[in-house]
Write a protein that binds this ligand. Structure first.
Ligand SMILES: Cc1cc2nc3c(=O)[nH]c(=O)nc-3n(C[C@H](O)[C@H](O)[C@H](O)COP(=O)(O)O)c2cc1C
Length: 207
């Protein structure tokens, strides 16, 4: 029995294109894998730990191999819980809209919490960086108001898909898949959602 973690990053509820596409995907997944469980981490419904000066100094202590002070250990309790939730899942789904050519700040906050030395990546002078979160497929479900086709000048503006792929690769993910619903601010938005539906169902059945 596998556990899926869905990191849901749009605040738009029923109007969200990324969340609606994720629902097509996850309903198809559940129908094909009735034994599996799906846990949703709604980034706008959950108070994520604040990553402030105390948490940052705890991070630098880990990098230097030093123990945490009591205050740093307290600040890191929520960080470790958030990382554990990711690492105990078997498969990860991230759904998000594009904000200012990148990702919404709640998703960036989540990334700043989970990308940690000794937990999700490690460094050795001879080997460089290695990811510690291995063997889990990742499905990205990406919405954007505009369109950013590969090979066009607009592709240079896209820091959503390349960034997410890079940061999850950094943590050890190698099987990274993506579904994109684009042009969600255009008159073709509903058509585009219907077009992605069949692809989302197919991808969900085979995740
Ligand atoms: C704060 C904000 C910034 C946005 N910036 C961009 C952008 O840079 N490029 C773009 O194509 N769409 C942009 N959009 C439009 C969203 O990407 C689009 O509405 C998308 O459907 C959002 O995902 P959601 O429907 O899952 O919430 C922005 C929307 C918001 C609210």
């Amino acid at each position: 029995m596998a556990k899926i973690l869905h990191i849901q990053s749009s605040p738009m509820g029923e109007r969200s294109y990324s969340s609606r596409t994720a629902r097509f995907f996850l309903e198809a997944y559940q129908a094909a894998h009735p034994q599996d469980t799906i846990e949703e981490l709604g980034l706008w419904k959950t108070e994520l730990p604040v990553f402030d000066a105390v948490a940052a100094s705890g991070k630098y202590k880990i990098m230097r191999g030093l123990p945490h002070s009591a205050e740093e250990a307290r600040a890191w309790t929520g960080v470790i819980e958030t990382i554990d939730q990711l690492k105990t899942a078997d498969k990860i789904v991230v759904s998000t809209g594009m904000w200012n050519f990148s990702i919404p700040y709640r998703l960036k906050q989540y990334i700043d919490i989970i990308v940690q030395p000794g937990f999700t990546f490690t460094f050795a002078p001879d080997k460089g960086y290695s990811g510690l979160v291995t063997g889990k497929p990742l499905q990205l479900i990406l919405a954007s108001g505009g369109e950013y086709p590969a090979g066009t000048p607009m592709a240079d503006f896209d820091f959503q898909k390349p960034y997410l792929e890079m940061i999850f690769r950094f943590m050890g993910f190698t099987d990274i898949r993506s579904l994109r619903v684009e042009g969600t601010l255009s008159p073709a938005a509903q058509d585009n959602l219907q077009k992605i539906k069949a692809k989302a169902v197919e991808a969900g059945q085979h995740f």
